[in-house]
Design a protein around this ligand. Structure first.
Ligand SMILES: [Ca+2]
Ligand SMILES: [Ca+2]
Length: 257
């Protein structure tokens, strides 16, 4: 560009723009005949009765809605949940510890054992009833020199408790001098309002409303150990406590491992 030349603005031909008026939407989408003239009604379509056109329209809408309903993704599927286990159809199960030697318990302390730790490896157990019996025999009478002493009775108490409202507590019971003594306690899970208490693996198992996972504890209380005494009371031989045997029996249902 030379210095003498001045830039010119692009010129708009206003007259030409005004010569072509804008078309309305109706005109843009109008049907035209062969000469280019717009038609208010489309030939052919108007030969079909209005009721038939309405019917066809309804059928078309129904078809489209049906196709959409069938092909529309139904959303995220819920994860496959197992059916609630039908406990009544499981195999019957019973277990007993047999008569096993318990620990020597000193006066005062209690010993608590979780039932699940004793029956583990047996699968998923649906407990209905638990019965526990302890039996003890006090030590023989002692003596100091020529003086015989009488070993006074020992007193135990036995308890079953659980994570639900199913528990039992015996009275404090003492042996008769020289004789063995037993205490039994019994729990029926149904008394709690549940039908079964489950111990063991419950992964992937859907439990019904009348079934609850939990634990059962067996508790032995060594209340007092009567000492070896004689009359007149001069010297006594201390009785520190006692040992006992315990037998646990459980019945219910099982899903074996
Ligand atoms: Ca004693
Ligand atoms: Ca004793």
């Amino acid at each position: 560009m030379s210095p003498d030349e001045t830039p010119t603005e692009p010129q708009i031909d206003v007259g030409e723009a005004e010569a072509k008026p804008k078309k309305s939407m109706k005109e843009r989408f109008a049907f035209l005949d062969k000469s280019g003239k717009s038609m208010d009604k489309v030939p052919g379509v108007n030969k079909i009765p209005r009721s038939a056109r309405v019917l066809v329209l309804i059928i078309a809408v129904v078809l489209i809605v049906s196709i959409i309903a069938i092909s529309w993704p139904s959303g995220e599927k819920p994860p496959d949940l197992p059916d609630t286990v039908n406990v009544a159809k499981l195999e019957d199960w019973s277990w007993t510890s047999g008569s096993t030697q318990g620990e020597f318990l000193n006066e005062g302390p209690t010993l608590t054992q979780a039932l699940s730790s004793m029956v583990e490896g047996n699968g998923t157990i649906f407990i209905e009833m638990v019965e526990v019996t302890i039996t003890w025999q006090d030590e023989p009478d002692g003596s100091i020199g020529p003086r015989q002493k009488e070993n006074q009775p020992d007193t135990f108490q036995l308890e079953i408790n659980s994570t639900i409202n199913a528990s039992a507590m015996s009275e404090e019971m003492s042996n008769t001098h020289g004789a063995s003594q037993s205490i039994s306690v019994f729990v029926d899970i149904a008394d709690s309002g549940y039908s079964y208490l489950v111990i063991g693996n419950t992964t992937g198992i859907k439990l019904g409303d009348d079934v609850t996972p939990g634990e059962i504890n067996i508790i032995v209380h060594m209340i007092v150990a009567g000492d070896h005494t004689s009359s007149p009371q001069v010297l006594i031989i201390n009785d520190f406590g006692n040992d006992y045997t315990i037998e646990i029996s459980v019945t219910g249902k099982v899903i074996p491992e």
